[in-house]
Design a protein around this ligand. Structure first.
Ligand code: NI
Length: 275
């Protein structure tokens, strides 16, 4: 069983997530209104490959609560186009979400972007010492300048978003298998659209296929007011709520628990500003 500290942390994280994803509590309320009592498939974090705040440093926080890094080569996820690497962690209690952590490889970015990220993230990482759970509920660095957020957004939406928000929750994901009133992800998507939500259609509304054992969809992120350097309140692209339907892996007789990089690659684009 998952411990209370983990549950309290996830509750606080869910509330923090509402600040950037106002659609999430609305979707939750709609589903609860239908009598649904669902579980989360995964929560996702974004970080940089800077010592002290790398993806394994985030994973270590969850390991103290009983999480283990998923085994095998399928847990080493690469997103070459977005210059990311990712891993995920799992809990023995299947009602606890998997924890997916991606990390931007700064050596693959422009010298300007690299210098910008290092300028705020390195001193912050040194100052906090070991990364701890409460560091994931507030930014560990000072607010960045809005001009820098806009400038680097063009090169890496991931870097700009993480710079502005900090190492905070990026998204929660409803496990569609745990819904009782929707049989398929298609049905859920149609319901959400009928309620006025827009879905990310990059690569089709549903990423992945039953043959790949994982289907995913997500809402489109919306702009939220955010505090930048000097207290400036400016619009920032928030985040999205994700939905995942998993299929049985015939080889194991259990639900497939991994991720499909080419689907996740498109899901990452749910925070892209529509031009
Ligand atoms: Ni996800």
């Amino acid at each position: 069983m998952a411990n209370t500290e983990l549950k309290n942390f996830l509750d606080a994280t869910w509330k923090d997530y509402h600040r950037v994803t106002p659609d999430a509590p609305k979707v939750e309320a709609l589903l609860r209104g239908r009598g649904e009592d669902f579980v989360n498939d995964h929560v996702a974090y974004r970080t940089f490959d800077i010592p002290g705040i790398r993806r394994h440093d985030l994973g270590a926080i969850f390991e103290q609560w009983g999480y283990k890094m998923a085994p095998g080569p399928e847990n080493e996820l690469d997103f070459p186009d977005k210059k990311l690497k990712a891993n995920y962690w799992m809990h023995d209690d299947p009602t606890m979400p998997k924890v997916f952590v991606s990390e931007l490889l700064l050596e693959k970015c422009s010298p300007e972007l690299r210098a910008w990220v290092r300028s705020f993230a390195e001193p912050a990482a040194r100052k906090i010492g070991r990364l701890q759970a409460h560091h994931l509920l507030e930014s560990i660095w000072e607010p960045v300048k809005f001009e820098d957020y806009e400038r680097f957004y063009k090169e890496s939406e991931y870097a700009a978003w993480t710079g502005a928000i900090g190492i905070r929750i990026n998204h929660f994901t409803v496990l569609v298998n745990s819904l009782k009133t929707f049989k398929t992800l298609q049905e859920l998507n149609e319901f959400l659209k009928s309620q006025g939500f827009s879905l990310n259609s990059a690569g089709g509304e549903i990423k992945g296929t039953p043959a790949e054992l994982l289907e995913q969809s997500s809402t489109m992120a919306k702009k939220v007011d955010w505090t930048f350097a000097g207290g400036a309140r400016k619009p920032l692209m928030g985040c999205y709520y994700e939905f995942a339907r998993r299929y049985e892996d015939k080889a194991t007789g259990k639900l497939f628990q991994g991720f499909i990089p080419k689907s996740a690659d498109k899901i990452f684009e749910s925070t892209f500003e529509k031009k």
